[in-house]
Design a protein around this ligand. Sequence first.
Ligand code: ADP
Ligand code: MG
Length: 343
Amino acid sequence: MSEGHTDISTLGEFGLIDRLTQNNETRHASTILSIGDDAAVIDHFGRQTVISTDMLVEGIHFDLAYTPLKHLGYKAVVVNLSDIYAMNATPTQITVGLAMSNRFSVEAIDELYEGIYAACERYNVDLVGGDTCSAPKGLTISITAIGEVAPGKFVTRSGAQLNDLVCVSGDLGAAYVGLQLLEREKRIFSENPSIQPDLQNNVYTIGRILKPEPRADIINWLEKNEIVPTSMIDVSDGLSSELLHISNKSGVGCVVYEDKIPIHTETKQTALEFNIAPTTCALNGGEDYELLFTVNQSAYEKLVLSEQISIIGYITEANKGVVLTTKSGNNHKLTAQGWTAFS
Ligand code: ADP
Ligand code: MG
């Protein structure tokens, strides 16, 4: 952690809140009242409000042995914004709930907030409140993100139609591989602290786990190209799981082609070093925070112009299930975690 170790008790709860929020900015006209009262007031001026909460618990969702607190703060915000974008909405405000043990210093929480504020600035959202309390153990961060969307323009998981194209942004599986690398280095370090980690060739995959970015750019691109997805979800639990969510909610099936699933070369190489099929990382890994969406076939000509979007399959009838067509041409039904590589 950073220089200095000032006990939070020297500031007290209110002193800490004041310190954390003293330079807080307001960017949106919709933020009518921000930090400092019993609640914040937001007016989305005739637009609809989208709300989502995500909680990160030390030991379950993150490990401070290899997660810098600034990155953790950034990521805690970003994973919430990803949910708002996945509704085709624009995030505008967040609130931050913190529970921490006395092991955390004022300086450590400052670092966490540096990351939180960096994400707020990058994605143009206002921090409008939160709650702070002590906990017997560990660190828990619960963030609520609020966004806005034109009435009726939000996109759910349930609108996929027969023959729609199945699309995904960016590439998949990198965060899972990055996590395997960090876990491996942690093991090596705990056995022999004199060995320094060598992660020079893994900058991309490690970046994907420590500093994910939500796909605001994809939402903007879709809007500019006048494409409204029929359904959408962000990839937090792995492609298989998200395809199943869309299929179940929409009452459809789908086929995706293994050779169309976008996977970064560094992900492929590192996965193979771990003896894991790269496709398995994409299907079952998660934490990619890419957008998975379906669109009417009429959008095909526009979609192929985006280098950031891959068309990986199409929507079928419900009774066909969720099917992966492998590179060798075999069909496998996908389950949430149940797919393993068939060579
Ligand atoms: P109350 O007791 O009414 O819940 P608090 O004293 O907890 O109020 O909070 C005072 C103000 O500081 C509120 O506006 C609250 O939203 C804000 N706040 C509290 N904790 C945090 C935090 N960790 N980050 C940002 N704002 C916070
Ligand atoms: Mg409170």
